[in-house]
Write a protein that binds this ligand. Structure first.
Ligand SMILES: NC(=O)c1ccc[n+]([C@@H]2O[C@H](COP(=O)([O-])OP(=O)(O)OC[C@H]3O[C@@H](n4cnc5c(N)ncnc54)[C@H](OP(=O)(O)O)[C@@H]3O)[C@@H](O)[C@H]2O)c1
Length: 147
């Protein structure tokens, strides 16, 4: 199964200003919708609580501290699933990731929630594709496979 981390990041590697920020600065929400529709989406409880709108047409799996990443992945019988943050959840799934879909944005926060909240092992990434998100503002999604 493909296990794809999907995130909008600032130029200094943050995904939010603080753990309870509802993300309004991301320009790739429609791409997120398009790519994740029909596939299971795993997210942490902070992220779930930040989402104001219902995410239709896909199964949302909310991760809690007592859940194990492998235990959750073992329940999924699909060709792919998405890991959609936040930083704590991304960190816990890091050893299982097969792909990263990262959209750098024209922002610098200086501090906040990192893409991975904590130490993860080094990953070798192989570029696979780039998808335009907002060409005028220089926003593109970069897709990598974890080697
Ligand atoms: N830019 C983007 O693409 C993007 C994407 C996703 C999310 N975000 C943002 O990321 C932020 C949330 O990130 P986050 O890292 O704070 O949260 P998170 O990963 O969404 O959720 C927190 C997770 O950590 C667990 N946890 C909390 N305290 C813990 C502890 N002391 N020990 C062990 N586990 C603990 C929680 O479990 P319990 O439920 O048991 O507490 C939950 O599983 C939000 O602002 C969200 O909007 C941004």
């Amino acid at each position: 199964m493909d296990i794809i981390l999907i995130a909008a990041v600032t130029q200094d590697g943050f995904i939010a200003r603080h753990p309870h920020e509802t993300i309004r600065w991301s320009k790739d929400l429609s791409l997120f919708k398009e790519q994740t529709t029909g596939w299971p989406v795993i997210m942490g409880s902070n992220t779930f609580n930040c989402i104001n709108r219902e995410l239709k047409d896909r199964k949302i799996i909310v991760m809690h501290r007592e859940d194990s990443p492998k235990g959750i992945l073992d329940t999924i019988d699909k060709e792919k699933c998405f890991i959609a943050g936040g930083g704590k959840t991304n960190m816990r799934f890091a050893p299982y990731l097969t792909h990263l879909y990262i959209t750098p944005h024209p922002n610098v926060f200086g501090s906040g929630v990192c893409l991975f909240s904590g130490r993860v092992k080094e990953m070798n990434l192989v570029f696979e594709a780039v998808v335009p998100v907002d060409k005028i503002n220089g926003v593109f999604q970069f897709q990598y496979r974890v080697n």
